[in-house]
Design a protein around this ligand. Structure first.
Ligand SMILES: Cc1ncc(COP(=O)(O)O)c(C=O)c1O
Length: 462
């Protein structure tokens, strides 16, 4: 970090320009009538510094779980700079060296998936997946239209209209309808709030079996794919039980329904494996990824398909429309892939998946101790990805109010630790605080994070 820890420009001018001109994401700007906008200036490892020179331990990996290798990686910046000097850009109709190399890297990590289509954001990667599914089946069958995409309650798949149509979070959707036709919800898989009022393992995994009922109701000839997050992120950090995905897959195969696995958050080590679905015995047909791919040093995402899906797009040379007619100007641009190659090299050479697993176990052991506070209703997740659900009453599981949750987050921030939360996702259920530090986190970082939780919870506990 810089010696002074201060930006050279006038702090007050920048803050005024922020208030005057910048529209912050997910923010009600009235808060800036009395409070100051947060302006982040620099970072190294897990430590972030803001414009006032205050330092934080960032337990969110950049606010939205993406700076997987931590801040201040000069080698990524250098790899990007070298590529930009050599050649910044040519359209994705052609290959370029980092893009070819990174596509080969991704397929080596996912040996059952053969082709990588690049874009710029997680939402966009999911949009591509939906288009692939619809076109795949329309090229395959002339007598039926398997155009529907089934999504799970509580999952989030992005902010663009189709991705939002496939999102099971009513508060994210409110005010933005009407949504697209052909997107249908099925139940979530959160045991703590089982949609069927059952208890694992005596539940017959009814949440998975419910998929079959939805497919039958919609008509199997109309259903093309399901989309799921391997571990639901923004909907409350939900890791389904181990039997869940194999059962979903069995149902999908029975009705020739493709499985899209949204690895936008879990991909690239977050959960202690390179991809979140590797915790389960399941083989998705399409995998989407973004965030940790280039550790957010550059924007990049991808939709990765099996050869079976891809090969359908080689069919019928007589049909001039029978190829994937999709483009994204910046998707897979050379600098972003140079960043991703270097970030992935770091994840592999520094064994960051293993660190995420081992330090993640330590994180969960430590967080479990917080259950001694009655307001800590549930602790869940995997690797360096945890969610704590706060309840006013552990028996009824009545969620705490949002102002109460915010008072815990404020108490944690006052100790210099940044954590995340479910943010306007589910009505009445925005009661989950999440922890997802960069994959370089150490046990002493975890001690500091958990101590901040303990003190903040103790302060507000009845
Ligand atoms: C699981 C999941 N999928 C997709 C997205 C959308 O990604 P982006 O914001 O890059 O469009 C997100 C964003 O948080 C996400 O959590």
């Amino acid at each position: 970090m810089s010696d002074t820890g201060q930006v050279r420009e006038d702090v007050e001018t920048l803050l005024k320009q922020d208030r005057d001109s910048l529209w912050h994401h997910l923010t009600q700007h009235k808060v800036f009538q009395t409070g100051e906008p947060q302006v982040m200036v620099e970072g190294r490892g897990l430590i972030l510094k803001d414009i006032r020179g205050r330092e934080y331990l960032d337990a969110t990996s950049g606010g939205v779980w993406c700076v997987n290798v931590g801040y201040g990686r000069d080698s990524i910046a250098e790899a990007v700079a070298a590529q930009l000097k050599r050649m910044p850009y040519y359209a994705g109709t052609a290959g370029n060296i980092p893009t070819i190399r990174f596509a080969a890297k991704v397929t080596s990590l996912l040996p059952k998936l053969g082709k990588v289509f690049f874009s710029n954001s997680g939402s966009e990667a999911n949009e591509k997946a939906f288009k692939m599914v619809r076109q795949y089946f329309r090229m395959k069958y002339k007598d039926r239209d398997k155009y529907k995409i089934l999504y799970r309650n509580r999952d989030y798949h992005g902010t663009t209209m189709a991705a939002l149509s496939a999102t099971g979070q009513p508060e994210r959707r409110e005010s933005y309808g009407p949504f697209l036709e052909g997107f249908v919800e099925f139940p979530h898989a959160c045991c703590y709030r089982c949609p069927f009022g059952k208890t694992y393992p005596g539940c017959n995994i009814e949440c998975a079996m419910a998929l079959e009922t939805v497919i039958q109701k919609e008509g199997p000839d109309t259903v093309g794919a399901i989309i799921v997050e391997p571990i639901t992120a923004g909907g409350g950090v939900i890791a389904p039980v181990k039997e869940y995905y194999p059962l979903l897959q069995k149902i999908c195969r029975k009705y020739e329904v493709l499985m899209i696995m949204d690895e936008v958050v879990c991909g690239f080590g977050r959960t202690g494996k390179m991809f979140g679905y590797e915790h389960y015995d399941v083989d998705p047909d399409i995998v989407t990824m973004a965030k940790g791919m280039a550790s957010a040093y550059m924007p990049l995402s991808a939709t990765v398909a099996t050869d079976e899906v891809f090969n359908a797009f080689l069919n019928d040379p007589a049909d001039k429309m029978a190829y994937f007619r999709d483009i994204s100007t910046y998707g897979g641009c050379a600098g972003a892939c140079a960043a991703a190659l270097e970030s992935t090299r770091i994840i592999e050479e520094e064994n960051l998946c293993e660190n995420s697993r081992v330090v993640g176990e330590y994180l969960f052991d430590s967080l479990e101790e917080l259950r001694s506070f009655p307001i800590v209703g549930d602790v869940r997740g995997k690797g360096l990805f945890a969610g704590l659900e706060f309840v006013a009453d552990p028996k009824t599981k009545q969620p705490v109010s949002e102002p109460f949750l915010m008072s815990i987050i404020k108490g944690i921030a006052e100790q210099g630790v940044l954590v995340g939360r479910t943010n306007r996702s589910l009505p009445g259920l925005n009661n989950i605080i999440n922890v997802a530090p960069a994959l370089v986190a150490t046990r002493s970082d975890i001690d500091r994070i958990v101590a901040a939780f303990r003190n903040a919870i103790a302060k507000v506990s009845p």
